[in-house]
Design a protein around this ligand. Structure first.
Ligand code: COA
Length: 259
């Protein structure tokens, strides 16, 4: 039997989702994308899971892009149907729980777009990044033209998108494409620390905080500020707020009920 294209490993409240096609540097075939969408949807709906980590199998690649072989012969009708049915990047964007991209190795094209559709990007120092589509005579189609400039600014996004140039982890950190870079042997520990810290908070507050901050990328500031007030009103009236305040005043750790 072929090994599953996507593996899910639950480590307490943290679910690690591994794209498992190492012989192709985890290039995302349509079947792999479907499996990833299903896994992520299930985990988002599972109350036992508080944080998702997305990573790639093997020690060479996070994801070396969408499966280039499947681009051959793609018709107008097929591409329009794919977008109508929704993409893996749309599915990632809809996840309410925090998602951390654990990047170790090649993070190219659709792989970079997948990482950018996550909330945080933590990379090993040996990782490399490229918005590589231009080299194939296409353009980013998984959100890259919109998410890259929001992360790194217009000029740098244009440079990366138009040249397809490869950059290293330190450069990716400098321009804001990734949030942290650590030595390879420390990657799992650091991702675990961040995931564990988030998982220890109230799930209600985490969900609202993520929604509020993400809204800043799509709303004008006035609407964004009103939206924050709406979400803050939900947070300040939650049971976990009562518990958080009580725990602070009683000088003890809070016991969240996620309500
Ligand atoms: N789609 C489909 N197959 C891919 C792939 C992709 N995005 N990236 C790698 N592969 C396949 C290779 O074709 C090769 O398959 P084979 O063993 O059947 O020939 C296998 O993965 C290993 O890749 P290979 O190129 O031999 O490894 P390498 O270490 O020499 O180079 C890369 C690694 C990532 C630099 C190189 O594979 C590459 O440039 N990939 C394409 C990256 C890209 O342009 N991505 C953007 C797509 S939009």
């Amino acid at each position: 039997m072929a090994s599953p294209l996507v593996l899910v490993d639950r480590r307490g409240p943290v679910a690690v989702v591994t794209l498992n096609r190492p012989e192709k540097h985890n290039a995302m075939s349509l079947a792999l994308k479907d499996a990833l969408v299903r896994a992520v949807r299930d985990l988002d709906a599972d109350p036992a899971v508080r944080v998702l980590v997305i990573t790639g199998a093997g020690d060479r690649a996070f994801v070396a892009g969408a499966d280039i072989a499947e681009f051959r012969g793609r018709t107008l009708v097929e591409q329009q149907r794919m977008y109508r049915e929704g993409t893996v990047y749309d599915a990632m964007d809809r996840v309410a729980k925090p998602v951390i991209a654990r990047i170790d190795g090649y993070c190219f094209g659709g792989g970079l777009e997948l990482a950018m559709a996550c909330d945080l990007r933590v990379a090993s120092e040996r990782s490399t990044f490229s918005q590589a589509e231009i080299n194939l005579g296409i353009i980013p189609g998984g959100g890259g033209s919109q998410r890259l400039p929001r992360l790194v600014g217009l000029g740098t996004a244009l440079k990366l998108t138009l040249t397809g140039e490869r950059i290293g982890a330190d450069e990716a950190l400098r321009i804001g494409l990734v949030d942290e870079v650590v030595a390879h042997p420390l990657l799992d520990r650091r991702v675990g620390e961040i995931a564990g810290k988030i998982a220890s908070k109230s799930a209600v507050a985490v969900r609202l905080a993520k929604a509020a901050v993400k809204a800043s990328a799509r709303l004008p500031i006035e609407q964004g500020l009103r939206y924050e007030q709406t979400l803050f009103t939900l947070a300040i009236t939650s049971e976990d707020k009562e518990e958080g305040v009580r725990a602070f005043l009683e000088k003890r750790d809070p016991r969240w009920t996620d309500k």
